[in-house]
Design a protein around this ligand. Structure first.
Ligand SMILES: Nc1ncnc2c1ncn2[C@@H]1O[C@H](COP(=O)(O)OP(=O)(O)OP(=O)(O)O)[C@@H](O)[C@H]1O
Ligand SMILES: [Mg+2]
Length: 270
């Protein structure tokens, strides 16, 4: 579909930017611009993922993660340069969740952005996560969950809107799309969790999320640390788009490997 084509194009753009920035005699000003361009591409990739999630409830790609890390990361990102700040309180024995990190990050970011926007002159956002056991209740199956609350001291939501805020396109903001909470709702449901709201006009709003927790531990090593592995040998690059094959082939080449290409499974085994 369109999102797939779009992502392929972005892969080619990001790949070329990455290769270009490896050039040794690049003036520093040029390098900065490439970094900016790369950042924007990565944001565009995030955006297209969001559209995809929203359009067809994109299936989550689940891995074990620590909700406290996700919350801190999202808050640092969203609130940097904002007049609001987050205060965290996490259970010391907080369990892990099995989740699509990008998607959950997006949920948390949407809620934190809303919280910030609800406090135009700044304030404190209380971010908490604890372990809870849930007996079968409403949309939640019985089991162990991590309960996350994000509470602001902002304008609050009038009762008459409370039932509507999760609807797509419901917004009270001049430049809102009204998709933030609708997306959050669909992602949380795809993770077999729940999202609820409590609010009082003039006092603030609290969003509560339940996500199933697991007994598994985090995979070793920080997944976001990037250590290029150079080496020798042939690597088979399999993709149906020629441009994508080529850029990946060049990257593999930079790392010292020789690339072989195939456009589909049949060609790959030949
Ligand atoms: N923390 C909050 N405090 C007060 N009102 C809120 C809060 N979170 C959501 N709302 C209300 O719910 C509406 C829908 O929120 P949602 O995030 O879905 O869309 P939006 O913020 O208006 O637009 P977008 O997220 O696309 O920028 C908001 O317009 C606002 O009226
Ligand atoms: Mg929003």
């Amino acid at each position: 579909g369109i999102a797939h084509d779009f992502n392929n194009l972005l892969t080619v753009i990001v790949g070329n930017i990455g290769l270009a920035s490896l050039a040794s005699q690049l003036p520093p000003s040029c390098r900065t611009k490439l970094v900016e361009a790369e950042k924007a591409c990565l944001q565009a990739q995030g955006l297209s993922k969001r559209l995809l999630t929203f359009a067809k409830g994109g299936q989550p790609v689940k891995q074990v993660c620590n909700p406290a890390d996700l919350l801190e990361e999202a808050a640092n990102l969203v609130l940097s340069g904002s007049s609001s700040r987050a205060e965290f309180r996490f259970a010391p024995d907080l369990r892990n969740i099995e989740a699509d990190q990008d998607q959950i990050h997006q949920v948390l970011a949407n809620l934190l952005i809303n919280a910030g926007q609800a406090m135009p002159s700044g304030g404190i956002i209380r971010v908490e996560a604890v372990n809870v056991v849930v007996e079968e209740r409403g949309e939640l199956e019985a089991g162990e969950y991590v309960k996350i609350t994000i509470a602001d001291e902002g304008v609050g939501i009038p009762d008459k809107y409370l039932a509507k805020i999760f609807d797509p396109y419901f917004t009270t903001k001049q430049r809102g799309s009204g998709l933030g909470l609708a997306t959050a709702f669909s992602i949380v449901r795809n993770h077999r969790g729940s999202i609820e709201v409590a609010s009082e006009v003039g006092t603030g709003t609290t969003f509560t999320i339940h996500l199933p927790s697991v007994d598994k531990i985090l995979p070793a090593g920080k997944p976001d640390e990037f250590h290029p592995v150079t080496g020798k040998g042939r690597i088979l690059v399999l993709d149906d788009e020629r441009e994508v094959r080529e850029i990946i082939g060049q990257m593999v080449g930079v790392l010292g490997y020789e690339a072989a290409y195939a456009k589909d499974g049949d060609e790959a085994i030949r």
